[in-house]
Design a binder for this molecule. Sequence first.
Ligand SMILES: NC(=O)c1ccc[n+]([C@@H]2O[C@H](COP(=O)([O-])OP(=O)(O)OC[C@H]3O[C@@H](n4cnc5c(N)ncnc54)[C@H](OP(=O)(O)O)[C@@H]3O)[C@@H](O)[C@H]2O)c1
Length: 259
Amino acid sequence: MAIPVALIQGASRGIGLQFCKTLLTGPKNNVVIATCRNPSSAQNLQILKDEHPKSLHIFPIDVTNESQIQQTASDISLQFKNLDLLINCAAILHPSGKGETSLRDVSSQGVLETLSINTVGPLLMAKYFSPLLLKGCGGFGKATENQQHKAVLVNMSAKVGSITDNGLGGWYSYRMAKAALNMATKNLSIELGRGKNKVICVSLHPGTVDTDLSKPYHKNVPKLFTPEYSVDCLLKVIESLEIDDSGKFFTYDRTQMQY
Ligand SMILES: NC(=O)c1ccc[n+]([C@@H]2O[C@H](COP(=O)([O-])OP(=O)(O)OC[C@H]3O[C@@H](n4cnc5c(N)ncnc54)[C@H](OP(=O)(O)O)[C@@H]3O)[C@@H](O)[C@H]2O)c1
């Protein structure tokens, strides 16, 4: 069986960094490709590289830079024949670091910047990396005798991106960006599920996790997960996925969320 290859986009810190750590120390001897916008200043990722010099490969991607995504996809395809897993992790809550509490706080720049990183970025990643995913060896997802998928694409979403679940309002930019990301996941599941080679595409909610993104809100959170715990749960969900799950939105405990 070929060694599974996973690409983690947004790997400099938080949940993305933890995905790299856990995948590199797991039982499958995974190869991990980590992308982040500024590799030289991603200190914790560089420490991980020193610990895993052969199995961790770091490439630059700022998801707001389409030509860089295209160039890096081309560079990666010279070194790797396929990808088995792509996880789109990078996101911001809002350029200010805090979600809008009312319309007063909404600005064109705030909404557009959030959409650019949280929604357009993952979609462009799918555009340029789907050729490698379609050549995957099925190294992630549920292994069955009649396994139909070649690879898994995960868009890290958020419960607050569920339109059905929205009872509180606020956080216009982040909620809109994640709701639109969920639509991208659904569209991708249709397009990448049509051919003989299929990619399972899902949106995942990681729980509320102790990272920089959620920091302003930690004191109000009854159940704050460590990145280690959240990623262990998310990887269990990923390993349970079959083609019939494609297009869906799951939480860390595999509860299916309504869009
Ligand atoms: N933490 C939570 O409680 C929580 C809850 C629900 C959903 N999520 C989702 O989980 C995912 C990971 O969040 P997190 O908590 O790990 O966030 P985080 O710790 O704040 O990390 C955010 C990551 O996004 C990267 N990033 C920001 N702008 C970028 C750009 N233009 N291009 C490339 N990378 C960029 C950052 O890179 P730099 O180091 O270069 O800034 C960093 O690696 C996100 O999609 C988030 O929405 C998190």
